[in-house]
Unconditional design. Structure first.
Length: 509
């Protein structure tokens, strides 16, 4: 079997794979890497690599050879093209930028050069909405938990106390959300009640396992007995709550109620036995289990969103050899990223409040994953996960500031605007490359300068002028983040967003 992939497509794919993995390790795996820094990087890498393989394989089977999970299916906005030399430059630029720790949107940097004007407008609109919603969610959640749950974290070490029941609550939230929200957005998307109940039961079992493992049994007979009791409870819960004839949908295949009860009860028995005989504190184990489960949830949802940024260079339908060869490349580059502890961009996350605490990291990851899941169900239009992440972190920082007064609102605003400004610089650079590179390539090949080919209407021309003018106040602010310049750049960004939403329909006319 031969590869049906050109040299430029393969080169662009490799650049994009490393740039995307290296840049977005901050958003999806950064807190996981930080709070598990004592573990060998090989262990963390193996965990992340397994999720990559599972997510990739599910997408490839479900979407008939398209591992991008249908994110590039709208060919009117993201048409298949023959990859040229200039398509490889954006991910190469992204590679350079990430070396300086700048939180650039990989979706805009990589996809914009492939997208039509309509595709760019849709992606920008969804990403800005993502930033705003994430900001509001982060602000609301941390106003509520800063002096409650986060105060509990500050006053108690992970091994001292654990808020038993939190895993159950998280499982119920996820199960309820995926049962009710998708049909409200798209009637064709729905998950079975059995699947949702299974997720809630999974949260309950994490609580049961962690609580039970507080006791370290010296007698192996007692450990076996306790593990057997928990296994029996697990099987009983599944057989009771899952309707007769129901199955647990895992994407590629389904597991019947009876088989599910056997598998989960065996898993519960083995887990409890190991914890009961080898672990002295279920309180620490509780947070370890909770964080690793949450990280798996986040990493999987993020891959579904951002696989499009990598596979846009390849044909929409890949053969088995092409597909799993590409997956092998991604896993190898992921390993390199883990060996470097997430890369230079990781320093942004380390500057934020309490993200090295495994408990705070778990809360951040859970909220971020749930937001990405929501936007995955809203539409198949690609979006910037970076914008969602920065919005969540911004809302979180404001929530902390309002409730603890540990930092002034001015200082918090300066930090938030600094991150937002850097993201906008990346956005402007992406748009300029999307317009300039095809124009340059056509001019060199044909010897003519046809601006109409890359700027189809006057509204799009004005849009390009405005986004480039934003660089002036942003640059001045980054050089000197005084209060006056903070107000100017903040006002400029808000005005630009309002103008975009009020005139975006004219960009594609």
């Amino acid at each position: 079997m031969e590869f049906d992939i050109t040299f430029w497509a393969a080169l662009g794919f490799i650049f994009a794979a490393y740039a995307v993995v290296g840049n977005d390790a901050l958003q999806t795996l950064g807190t996981f890497i930080n709070s598990n820094s004592r573990l060998p990087w090989q262990v963390l890498f193996l965990f992340a690599a397994v999720i990559v393989v599972v997510t990739f394989t599910m997408g490839w089977f479900i979407y008939d050879g398209d591992p991008s999970w249908g994110r590039l299916a709208n060919t009117s906005k993201y048409p298949p093209v023959e990859v040229q030399w200039y398509h490889t430059l954006p991910p190469l630029v992204l590679l350079v930028i990430t070396r300086f720790g700048v939180p650039v949107s990989t979706s805009f940097m990589v996809l914009t050069v492939f997208a039509t004007v309509g595709g760019l407008a849709s992606m920008l609109e969804k990403s800005l909405i993502g930033y705003g919603l994430a900001f509001l969610v982060g602000l609301l959640v941390y106003v509520l938990i800063t002096n409650t749950l986060e105060k509990f974290f500050r006053e108690h070490e992970p091994g001292r106390k654990a808020p038993w029941g939190l895993a159950t609550v998280m499982g119920i939230i996820i199960g309820t959300a995926i049962y009710y929200i998708p049909p409200m957005i798209n009637e064709e998307i729905s998950y079975s009640a059995a699947t949702c109940i299974g997720i809630a039961i999974g949260g309950l079992m994490i609580d049961v396992v962690a609580i039970t493992s507080v006791v370290k049994f010296q007698n192996s007979t007692m450990a076996v007995a306790m593990s057997a009791v928990v296994a029996a409870i697990t099987a009983f819960a599944i057989l009771t709550f899952m309707p007769a004839g129901a199955s647990l949908d895992l994407g590629l295949f389904s597991i019947s109620r009876e088989v599910s009860s056997v598998l989960f009860s065996v898993l519960a028995f083995l887990t409890l036995y190991v914890l009961a005989t080898r672990v002295s504190s279920g309180r620490v184990v509780y947070w370890i289990i909770l964080q690793w489960v949450t990280t798996a949830y986040l990493w999987g949802v993020w891959l579904i969103q951002d696989f499009a940024n990598i596979f846009v260079f390849l044909p929409r339908e890949l053969s088995p050899l092409e597909s799993f060869g590409a997956m092998f490349v991604i896993v190898g580059l992921l390993g390199y990223t883990f060996a470097n502890k997430g890369g230079p961009v990781q320093k942004i996350l380390r500057s934020k409040t309490a993200v090295t605490d495994i408990r705070s990291a778990t809360v951040i990851d859970f909220i971020y994953a749930t937001l990405l899941f929501f936007f995955k169900e809203v539409s198949d239009i690609p979006m910037s996960t970076t914008f969602v992440f920065l919005g969540l972190i911004a809302g979180r920082e404001y929530g902390f500031t309002l409730m603890t007064k540990a930092m002034s609102l001015v200082k918090t605003s300066q930090l938030v605007l600094s991150d937002a400004s850097k993201a906008v610089i990346g956005l402007v650079l992406s748009i300029n490359m999307a317009v300039g590179l095809p124009f340059l390539a056509k001019s060199l090949s044909e010897g003519t300068f046809d601006t109409a080919a890359v700027v189809p209407n006057a509204a799009y021309g004005y849009f390009l002028i405005i986004v480039n003018l934003l660089i002036i106040p942003i640059t001045l602010y980054l050089l000197n983040n005084s209060k006056a310049r903070m107000v100017i750049v903040g006002s400029s960004l808000i005005a630009a967003v309002v103008l975009f939403f009020s005139t975006s329909q004219y960009l594609v006319s």
